[in-house]
Design a protein around this ligand. Sequence first.
Ligand SMILES: NC(=O)c1ccc[n+]([C@@H]2O[C@H](COP(=O)([O-])OP(=O)(O)OC[C@H]3O[C@@H](n4cnc5c(N)ncnc54)[C@H](OP(=O)(O)O)[C@@H]3O)[C@@H](O)[C@H]2O)c1
Length: 287
Amino acid sequence: MRSAVVLGGKTGLLGQALSMAMTRRGWTVHAPGRSDLDLFDRPAVEDYLARTGADTLFNTVAYTKVDQAEDEPSEAARLNRQLPLVLGQASRNAGVRLVHYSTDFVFNGKKTTPYTTEDQPDPRSVYGSTKLQGERELLALGLTGLIIIRTSWLFGPCKINFVTRILELAATRAELSVVHDQVGSPSYTPDLAANSLALVDAGATGLYHLANSGQASWCELAAEAVRGADLPCRVKPITSAQYPQKAVRPAYSVLDLSKFAATTGITPRPWLQALREFLFSREDCLS
Ligand SMILES: NC(=O)c1ccc[n+]([C@@H]2O[C@H](COP(=O)([O-])OP(=O)(O)OC[C@H]3O[C@@H](n4cnc5c(N)ncnc54)[C@H](OP(=O)(O)O)[C@@H]3O)[C@@H](O)[C@H]2O)c1
């Protein structure tokens, strides 16, 4: 029986989807929470990996509050740069594969065609910079069993996210204004989890981009969610300038999935199809 450790698997948006996907496939999943394991204590992590007999360590733990990161760069760097380094060293010493997640926010958003893994990153936020530093720390270790998955715009069950927030707001308002000049690749966490496992099963190593197929603006994603949920709320497009945020986001961060497709033979389904499934079949959650 296969066994994995999923950091963030107890409470994280993606982590819970990964835990559920693996449990359903018969894997034994260990998902230590904050009080169960000090992730910065490398010997403790190595001991945990040895005790669980895990062959794969999934790291979904990160500092993900994009705007707050601008005010807390040290804490963002601790989780997004230092932690991957500790986990990389621990997985090498314990002889386990490491699957680590990164973000489309490593790009500056100036392209107008999907970003490939060959494109030069140029982050414009503390979050994006610290996530890129984490990638680089890991790649510099030269691990044999490392997969880094850049993903984007997560939505799914078990934790609040953009789509669930929009649905909450739309239930009480006649109109919502949502940014239409940022375009990206929405990712449904159960699909991302299943496709991550496909990469592991294919024996992949290195850097991958993974999301659902297609692209959307935040406004388009919100409008489709509201329409799919049959809520009588108008979704109005606005510009980023009309909705100032502390951190700069890329105007365009659609991810090119061709490397993933070539490695696994899988084309991720379109985000709209995944969104409809999410709206009509709310999944059970772990807690
Ligand atoms: N969300 C997105 O739209 C998005 C987009 C692109 C890339 N990503 C990347 O995808 C990955 C997963 O993101 P996510 O949205 O699923 O993250 P998330 O929901 O914010 O979950 C983060 C997890 O990290 C844990 N955590 C945070 N600080 C910790 C600490 N100091 N010690 C131990 N655990 C800690 C949290 O535990 P607690 O519940 O105890 O706080 C939670 O389980 C991340 O690498 C992120 O950068 C996300």
